[in-house]
Design a binder for this molecule. Structure first.
Ligand code: URP
Ligand code: ZN
Ligand code: ZN
Length: 494
């Protein structure tokens, strides 16, 4: 009898060294052995006809973020309102879609510090089932926050600071953005950036509303590609100015990706992420007026940057193929259609700027990318694994614990049926949100079993994991985010 708790036998395994038909042996929640055959494990799963992939790593998910409700609670502290998607519901959704780890966000409220928020987010995360790490949002970079609190959260294992260049009240101007870049450089963090021009969007929004152009479809008009390109250029230029590595989040169009490609060609440490919505949804979806949704269906597709058009989808694929965009995350940010904080909370005739931005996509991410990518011949299996698991794990400092089937790594494994045809429905997503923007989308390729640290947590859609079993993933210093040591004029940044 071998010493393995579990052997997965006979599948095509996407190892860190390429796809090979072999067995894998798991012991104490970790990959112990990759071998031609493994006999006599305590438990065996037959993966004949299936792909055996590392669990998905989704490095951009908004889960159970707390924000101030705008009044004081009975304890005299600011009352809190929390996103509908809890760590527990998000875990079920992640496992249903083959994802086993996420990097999500600790909010910062204007006028407040980040340490309390970190502790709150950590408590929330520990109630879930999936493994999680954090980006720290910085929306109020006071000297006290940057000097005293950022080092505290970094010491806890938070290794990325997230900034928004748009959105009220989160956006940072250039001076504050530079302060965050410099703090990240001092403390060995990546900076992740939402790139859209706040003032340009504000100006355009005012003009659209004055012209009576208020429907959800005008969300796309309020933030055309040029505002994303401009902010992407600026985010990169200022990062280059102080020699700080950054990742550009949710790139929706080639003209923004080209800014990244140009900087990469200069050797700047900048990476680009895109999301399934930018290869499937279009601005025309925001013009949908299904009477069942009171003519307001378009709100279900509203996210920022806005989905573009099918020609842009092809350009995004090209940027993925070239390697300019090397991570595909979900940007899961669910607001139900109905409900007190939902898309229609301000009424079905609300103007677009009052509708919350964001769409759910945690469970749909891998099936959509596999189907649109591998099944349709745009990318190979190994590229799929790099985009959805290995690259995000590396860029977030989680590799090789996560992101690969490799001896010593956590045994996070997905058994994937490459031939299974599924029509996406909201029920299949298993999230807390009352709709999916991908309803009716037909995909080829589907996760049939998800294993987290050696434990089967999803089989044929049935999620079986105990709340409270998700683990926080502290991140230490790592090479990818080391500055290059090259600054304009050689003028040293402290
Ligand atoms: O519309 C989006 N993407 N909402 C989520 C927040 C963000 O911008 O990442
Ligand atoms: Zn964003
Ligand atoms: Zn986001």
């Amino acid at each position: 009898m071998s010493d393995h708790d579990l052997a997965i036998r006979g599948g095509l395994v996407a190892t860190a060294f390429g796809a090979v038909r072999c067995d894998i042996g798991i012991k104490d929640g970790r990959i112990a052995t990759i071998a031609e055959t493994i006999e006599g494990a305590r438990r065996v799963i037959d993966a004949g006809g299936l792909y055996v992939l590392p669990g998905g790593v989704d490095s951009h998910c908004h889960i159970e973020e707390a924000s101030p409700a705008g009044h004081t609670g009975p304890d005299g502290k600011p009352a809190v309102t929390v996103m509908e998607e809890s760590f527990e519901s998000a875990s079920a959704s992640a496992f249903a879609g083959g994802t086993t780890s996420v990097v999500c966000f600790i909010p910062q409220w204007k006028g407040f510090g980040i340490w309390d928020r970190y502790q709150d987010a950590r408590r929330r995360g520990e109630r879930g089932m999936l493994d999680f790490a954090f980006h720290q949002i910085i929306s109020d970079p006071t000297d006290a926050v940057l000097r005293d609190e950022v080092p505290r959260v970094v010491a806890e294992g938070v290794r990325s600071l997230k900034v928004f260049l748009t959105y009220e009240p989160l956006h940072l101007g250039d001076a504050d953005y530079i302060k965050v870049l410099v703090a990240a450089r001092q403390h060995g963090c990546l900076v992740t950036v939402h790139c859209e021009n706040y003032d340009a969007i504000g100006w355009r929004t005012k003009a659209l509303l004055a012209a009576g152009m208020t429907a959800p479809t005008y969300h796309a008009w309020s933030r055309p590609r040029v505002v994303e390109r401009e902010a992407t250029h600026r985010a990169i230029a200022l990062a280059e100015f102080v020699d700080q590595p950054i990742q550009i989040f949710h790139v929706s169009c080639a003209e923004a990706a080209e800014e990244i490609a140009r900087a990469q060609a200069r050797g700047v440490k900048v990476w680009g992420e895109t999301c399934p919505q930018y290869i499937t949804l279009t601005a025309a979806d925001m013009a949908r007026t299904n009477p069942r949704d009171g003519g307001f269906e378009g709100a279900k597709f509203m996210c920022s940057p806005a989905p573009r058009d099918t020609a842009e989808h092809a350009r995004i694929w090209e940027m993925i193929r070239r390697g300019t965009l090397d991570v595909v995350s979900s940007d899961h940010c669910g607001f139900s259609f109905e409900g007190p904080r939902g898309k229609a909370a301000q009424g079905r005739d609300a103007s677009f700027e009052k509708i919350p931005n964001g769409i759910p996509g945690l469970a749909a991410r891998l099936p959509i990318l596999f189907s649109e990518g591998v099944s349709k011949g745009r990318i190979g299996l190994e590229e799929f694994v790099r985009l959805t698991s290995t690259n995000p794990a590396k860029l977030m400092g989680l590799y090789p614990r996560k992101g690969a089937i490799l001896p010593g790594g956590d045994a996070d494994v997905v058994l994937w049926d490459p031939a299974k045809k599924v029509t996406i429905t909201n029920a299949l997503m298993q999230h807390a949100i009352d709709y999916t923007p991908y309803e009716g989308l037909e995909v080829t390729g589907w996760p049939v079993t998800t294993i987290r640290r050696g434990e089967v947590v999803m089989r044929d859609g049935a999620v079986q994991a105990a709340p409270g079993t998700g683990r926080f993933l502290p991140r230490g210093p790592y090479d990818m985010v080391k500055p290059r040591g090259i600054a304009p004029d050689g003028f040293g940044v402290p």
